[in-house]
Structures are given as C-alpha cells and as structure tokens.
Design a protein around this ligand. Structure first.
Ligand code: HEC
Length: 205
C-alpha cells in the first residue's frame, strides 16, 4: 500500500517535471532568456540584475512595443505619478553644464567606480547643438527645440518630465528613464532642460 502510494506520487511529480521540461523546449522565449543570462556575468558595478525587466518593460516586449492603448495609458499614468518635480518649482538650470552632461557617456560601465556621476549620452541618440558633428539618430533631432516650442513653464515642466521618465509619455520609448532609475539628479536634469530651452543655449542659435 505504502509502496503503491509512493510510486503514485512519483508518477505525478515525474509527469509534472517532464511537462515542464517539454514546455521549456517548446518555449523559444524561455530558451532565449536563459541563453542571454548564461552569456552575461557580473563585473564591477554592472550586475546581471540589469537583465531583469520590470512590469512595463515586460508588457512592451511581450506586445512587440504595441500594448493595447488603454493599458498603455494606465501604465503611462503610473510612470507619470512617479516623477518627482523640483521642490523649488524651478526647471531651468545652466545650459553650459547641460551641454557637458549631454556629451558625456560616462557612468554605469563595469570599469566605472561606483558613484561616478553619470552622463546623459543625449548625443548618442539626438542631434542637439548644430555645431556638434557627431550625433545619433535613434531619437528625433532636438536642434532649435526652444525656438520651436517656446520657453514657458509648461514646456519646461514637460521637458523635465520627459528626461526624468520618457516612458510616462511614450510607454515603449527606448529613451532611458534618467531620473526614474537615479542616473541623473535634479540639478543635472535642470541643466539639460536649459540646454534645450534657454534662448542663449547653442541648441537655439
Ligand atoms: C537610447 C536613445 C536615447 C537617448 C540616450 C536619449 N534619448 Fe531622448 N528620445 C529618444 C527617442 C527614441 C525619443 C522619441 C520617443 C519618445 O518620445 O520617448 C526621444 C524623445 C526625446 C524628447 C521629446 C522630443 C519631443 O518631440 O517632444 C526629448 C526632449 C528628449 N528625448 C531629450 C533627451 C535628452 C535631454 C537626453 C539625454 C539626457 C536624451 N533624450 C537621451 C531616444 C533617446
């Protein structure tokens, strides 16, 4: 009786295990994720926890960056609610520092000592000051941004929020969430807002 019970339990567990193994073999996503994880190892400040997606990223990946609009709006609202605007109500910093931050790609690499202030790497994806010849085009050109959209408090707040968390207005944006992840601090974001909007900034010449 005991032996029959044990073998029944074994049959149940073994069936479950082989079903799980079969599901893994048939699930290219699970296979791809485990292959990616096997290819990375933690070095310095670059931990493998970077491979973990949060809920929003999973929704974008699973839907091919096209989540149902109602769900996208809800999730954008969640992201929006997490934006911490400056307590002093001022959004404009110094465009000269902003230009340096936009040029800088430092921070977060495995050779960077922890705590090194990160750059914004904005030129990697955007054209900003027209005299800079080296820029990427993954994002729209931002040259003349302030001239085009003006420098009202409303526009300043929008740009601050965009840099803080691009996914609050465009859920599956590939632009990093600089403030949300703590890569850029409040002053750095203000300086970048000035780079885009200050009439004296090279972006607006
Ligand atoms: C990996 C590429 C990438 C990086 C790096 C990046 N962006 Fe973006 N950015 C984008 C993309 C793509 C969009 C368009 C989609 C969207 O609105 O999120 C965008 C949109 C924007 C917009 C909104 C433009 C509009 O039409 O209103 C602003 C402002 C902006 N980026 C500023 C910045 C600044 C400042 C930095 C540096 C701190 C930066 N971006 C870094 C890819 C990037």
């Amino acid at each position: 009786m005991e032996i029959r019970k044990a073998s029944l339990i074994c049959t149940l567990i073994c069936t479950q295990l082989s079903l799980a193994a079969a599901a893994w073999a048939d699930d290219p996503r699970a296979k791809a994720i485990s292959m990616i994880k096997a290819d990375f190892s933690a070095q310095g400040s670059a931990g493998v926890d970077r491979l973990e997606q949060d809920g929003l990223q999973a929704v974008c990946t699973r839907s091919g960056n096209k989540p149902p609009p109602a769900i996208a709006r809800r999730l954008e609202q969640d992201q929006q609610a997490g934006i911490r605007y400056p307590a002093d109500g001022k959004f404009l910093g110094d465009w000269r520092s902003g230009e340096k931050i936009a040029q800088s790609g430092s921070g977060y690499t495995w050779t960077d000592p922890p705590g090194v202030p990160a750059g914004g790497n904005c030129y990697n994806c955007h054209r900003l000051a027209p005299q800079e010849l080296s820029f990427g085009s993954l994002g729209p050109a931002l040259t003349g941004y302030g001239k085009t959209f003006g420098n009202t408090t409303e526009v300043q707040k929008y740009v601050y929020g965009k840099i803080y968390n691009a996914k609050a207005s465009h859920l599956c944006s590939i632009m990093p969430r600089f403030g949300h992840v703590g890569a850029l601090n409040e002053q750095q974001i203000k300086d970048l807002v000035a780079l885009l909007l200050d009439p004296a900034s090279p972006v607006n010449q």
